[in-house]
Design a protein around this ligand. Structure first.
Ligand code: SAM
Ligand code: SF4
Ligand code: F3S
Length: 479
């Protein structure tokens, strides 16, 4: 996400609302004869899914490439969360089709949330792809590819109640070798009125705790030093035994992963304000290696809007959760948010309540968007998208400006303190510097010196911007 933070300064309000960045597969030593190019959009769960897809296709003899023109199979793993996310994929598809027109045997497929939302439309009506595969159908890819190679169009958008890809070891894509995502659940049962995810990802289901711990252990053994446990609502993670009793809840899962080794940092995303428990907060406090950072999307500070959004909590409930975080984990705990500007019927007064909630919390970081109506969602069916684009953009800009001020204020508090930083690699701006993260998820830049990625370094923070901290490493080396 550091890229996004860096880019916030130069982007227009519209671009800021569309911060999804594509990730593409890297060049790989040939393990197979066929070349696969996957470009992934949207959230971390989609990026993690592309690693599952690569694993499945590696067994079919595919190795990855970063060059679309080298690939015989081009897959776009897509996002439907906002209209501009879909438009971006459409533009890419048009370009890919134009560029690969004369190339024999090249097949193009759409995976992920757009595949699920549009189903056969891209195949049959628009005729712009060969294959459409929803997020729960990736095991079927080898069969679907055979169909396509046989000259047919192929589609599988079946949503499962059980699939978690628990037994598949993802092939890490674009990895820094230090941090990795681990999916702990799929789908969402929450039905926030604005959101397409329950329709594109299906019902919520949890992955077995033992396979999650085994994957994290394997990553640690391979040198990784941080895992982020992923789910749309991690607090409702539950793994049940055969009698249907809850064997592992999310707090217990956190503890199991943290117990692998004190040198393995554990992060998680996303927490839902209605579900985050004190038990989770106490687990974060108990384990030094469970990071002191919580992403707690608010979406709005107005009770009227929260109700229309069907978020199932009030402003007061949300503030109570923030107070609990501060009480149990202290002022140092990093907190970030998601906020939507200009939801249906939002008034200036509602917007001011969002800004005042931000003033109360003083978030370290935020992901901020203006409302984009999604076809088929409860909001699209029941409410009019009646806030003008001009007002949406203006309110989004107010939210972004406020967030920038708070981020700077929070980052300033770090100056003069000593932070334990996990080095992730060379700084994007200069080879003479390294970048890493603090426990509370702040990006830190330090002179390279003798340090290397995967090291934990004690850093004295000397300067900051709203996006980054800068510091100097202290002589004392950490394990
Ligand atoms: N499950 C997480 C949660 O409940 O907070 C986040 C899921 S969603 C992938 C990420 C964010 O996209 C949401 O928190 C919301 O702020 C934003 N989002 C979702 N639907 C949107 C829409 N229709 N228009 C604008 N932003 C939207
Ligand atoms: Fe969407 Fe709400 Fe589920 Fe998050 S919790 S994925 S916003 S429906
Ligand atoms: Fe987008 Fe699907 Fe993620 S809609 S944000 S890729 S769950």
């Amino acid at each position: 996400m550091e890229d996004l933070k860096g880019k916030m300064k130069e982007l227009s309000a519209e671009e800021k609302a569309d911060l999804d960045q594509a990730r593409i597969t890297a060049d790989e030593e040939t393990v197979g004869t066929k070349k696969l190019f996957i470009e992934s959009y949207g959230c971390a769960m989609n990026f993690a899914d592309s690693e599952v897809v690569t694993s499945i296709l590696r067994d079919e003899g595919y190795s990855t490439t970063s060059k679309e023109y080298e690939a015989s199979l081009i897959l776009l793993n897509t996002c439907s969360i906002r209209d501009n996310a879909e438009q971006k994929v459409r533009k890419r598809l048009a370009l890919i089709n134009a560029r690969n027109k004369g190339r024999k045997g090249v097949k193009v497929g759409v995976l992920g949330c757009m595949a699920e939302r549009l189903k056969t439309q891209l195949l049959e009506e628009e005729k712009i792809v060969d294959m459409v595969v929803g997020p729960d159908a990736y095991r079927d890819l080898p069969n679907l590819i055979k169909e396509v190679e046989g000259g047919q169009k192929a589609v599988n958008v079946f949503l499962s109640r059980e699939e978690t890809y628990a037994d598949i070891t993802p092939v890490r894509l674009g990895s820094n070798g230090v941090t990795a995502f681990v999916s702990i659940m799929r789908g969402c049962d929450n039905m926030c009125s604005f959101c397409v995810v329950p329709y594109t990802r299906g019902r919520e289901r949890s992955r077995s705790a033992s396979t999650i711990v085994a994957e994290a252990q394997d990553l640690f053994d391979k040198g990784y030093r941080e895992v982020t446990l992923l789910g749309q609502n991690v607090d409702s993670y539950k793994w049940k035994n055969e009698a249907g009793e809850i064997e592992t809840n999310f707090a217990q899962l956190l503890a199991l992963v943290a117990d692998i080794n004190p040198l393995l940092r554990v992060r998680f995303s996303t927490s839902h304000p209605k579900d985050i428990t004190d038990e989770v907060l106490h687990t974060i406090k108990k384990y030094e290696n469970v990071c002191n950072y919580i992403h707690l999307p608010a979406q709005s500070g107005s009770n009227r809007i929260l109700e229309l959004m069907n978020r199932t909590y009030t402003r007061e409930w949300y503030i109570n959760r923030i107070d609990k975080i501060r009480e149990i984990l202290g002022e140092d705990c990093g907190i970030s948010h998601d906020m939507i500007a200009g939801f249906c019927t939002e008034t200036e007064e509602d917007h001011q309540e969002t800004l005042s909630l931000m003033d109360y919390v003083k978030y370290d970081y935020g992901y901020m968007y203006y409302y984009s109506e999604r076809p088929g969602t409860p909001a699209a069916k029941k409410f009019e998208d009646d806030v003008t684009l001009e007002i949406k953009k203006k309110r989004l800009d107010d939210i972004i400006q406020k967030q920038r001020g708070h981020a700077l204020e929070r980052n300033n508090l770090s100056i003069g303190t000593i932070k334990k930083v996990l080095i992730e690699g060379v700084s994007k701006r200069s080879d003479d510097f390294l970048q890493g993260r603090t426990d509370d998820n702040k990006m830190v830049i330090i002179p390279k010196d003798k340090h290397k990625k995967g090291d934990y370094v004690q850093v004295k923070i000397t300067e900051c911007t709203s996006a980054t901290l800068k510091g100097i490493a202290l002589a004392e080396e950490l394990a």
